[in-house]
Ligand binder design. Structure first.
Ligand code: AMP
Length: 410
């Protein structure tokens, strides 16, 4: 399938070509025709599947082909994090190079003034986090009277972050006749209930988890004791030629800061992003990583939502995420679109159970990898299962594949 068959405006096709997108991703191929036909859509698709363009392109097409009925904002994208709100707006601007369009991202943690000025100048489209959006609403700076399309982006994450009451408040202020597009990695019951309440005869688009869709991800588990995690990580960062840019996930902000300091001390170029960092600090960290000045971005889950950086070679779980969904989200940072990438997890014996949950959801056993030349300390490390007995695992990473089971320490 090609983009030409989707019925999008020729100026949008030019923008798509400029970005180098050759063909629609599955979620785009399924959702775009439905959205263009005016239907409400509930799409379950992960970040990394091309979901942003799946809603951005038909919205832009609408702006170009259907005259506005009223003055005011025509489309509203509500997203859980600042990064995601910014990313949809960036995506939108990239795709709308040939479309005169006024859009702005609105999120907390940054000064109000630029947002107020943008709202005063008049906007066609806004991507926003719920809290700051409501601040503007309560101050009388936003009128929703002209909204034609509502997008809830990563609705399940908004629920996890406790934003549903704010989202519901926002929805109650919108004109009743509008198109609703709900994008969510998973559709838990409260999201389904919300969708049923607000959508009219919705179409459901289901795209399999990224883990199965993106065959490009190679998973590997590195058993290690807690106190040797940093050492093992450094060994991985210094020892692999292909490890050009890695996002390293930690469970908490404190662990993110501590790890960053250790990596800095070891001479690694590193930046860090988590919920306690200011918006300016986060933007700088992201920019430094995007431009390749930092080889490693240390991140917590929430802060990393929606980060779109091309060519991330490795996702490393310094701490195993507590749910398989988070694992899939993290792993989705690498191998975006058609690329390939590695997802490594440093796993203590206590975290093995979580890995087994992840394996059940992915429906595959993740290969255990022991570094033959790493000094595992005696008595601290006991892999629960012997790694790599028999032939090489089909998904085994190219590096460090031990040639013989005896390479694992006793
Ligand atoms: P998303 O799932 O929206 O976060 O998008 C993931 C990444 O895929 C982004 O970097 C997009 O620029 C890229 N992308 C989106 N659609 C396509 C496509 N049709 N072909 C290639 N890359 C794409």
């Amino acid at each position: 399938m090609s983009f030409d068959t989707l019925g999008l405006h020729p100026d949008l096709l030019k923008g798509i070509r400029d970005l180098g997108f050759e063909r629609p991703t599955p979620v785009q191929a399924e959702a775009i025709p439905q959205i263009l036909s005016g239907r409400d859509v509930i799409a379950s698709a992960q970040t990394g599947t091309g979901k942003t363009a799946a809603f951005v392109l038909p919205i832009l097409h609408r702006f170009m082909t259907a005259p506005r009925k009223k003055q005011g904002i025509r489309a509203l994208i509500v997203a859980p994090t600042r990064e995601l709100a910014l990313q949809s707006m960036e995506h939108l601007k990239n795709l709308s190079r040939y479309v005169p369009l006024k859009g702005h991202a609105i999120f907390g943690g940054t000064p109000m003034e630029p947002q107020i000025s943008a709202l005063k100048r008049g906007l066609d489209i806004v991507s926003a986090t719920p809290g700051r959006l409501l601040d503007h609403v309560y101050s009388g700076r936003i009128d929703f009277g002209a909204i034609e399309v509502l997008v809830l982006d990563e609705a399940d994450r908004m629920m996890d972050m406790g934003f549903l009451p704010d989202v519901q408040k926002i929805i109650s202020l919108l004109p009743p006749h509008r198109q609703n597009l709900i994008f969510s990695a998973t559709i838990p019951p409260p999201i389904m209930e919300l969708a049923r309440r607000i959508c009219r005869n919705p179409v459901t688009v289901q795209i399999g988890p990224k883990s199965t869709a993106a065959a490009g991800i190679r998973h590997a588990v590195y058993p290690v004791s807690q106190h040797q995690k940093t050492e093992l990580l450094l060994r991985l960062l210094n020892g692999q030629e292909g490890l050009s840019s890695a996002i390293v996930f930690t469970r908490t902000k404190i662990r993110a800061d501590r790890l960053t300091q250790s990596l800095e001390r070891a001479g690694i170029r590193v930046s860090v992003i988590h919920g306690d960092r200011s918006q300016t600090q986060r933007s700088r960290a992201l920019e430094s990583f995007k431009r390749g000045r930092a080889q490693v971005l240390v991140a917590t889950d929430v802060a990393a939502r929606g980060i779109d950086v091309k060519d991330i070679s490795h996702v490393i779980n310094f701490d195993v995420p507590s749910t398989p969904e988070d694992y899939i989200h993290r792993a989705g940072r690498t191998a975006r679109a058609d690329a390939t990438g590695d997802a490594f997890s440093l796993v203590t014996p206590e975290e093995e159970e979580m890995i087994r949950d992840i394996e059940r959801v992915l429906n595959q056993r993740l290969p255990r990898v022991i570094l033959p030349d790493f000094n595992y300390q005696k008595g601290d490390h006991r892999p629960h299962k012997p790694p790599f007995r028999g032939g090489p695992h089909p998904h085994a990473p190219r590096h460090h594949r031990p040639s013989h089971p005896r390479s694992h320490p006793r």
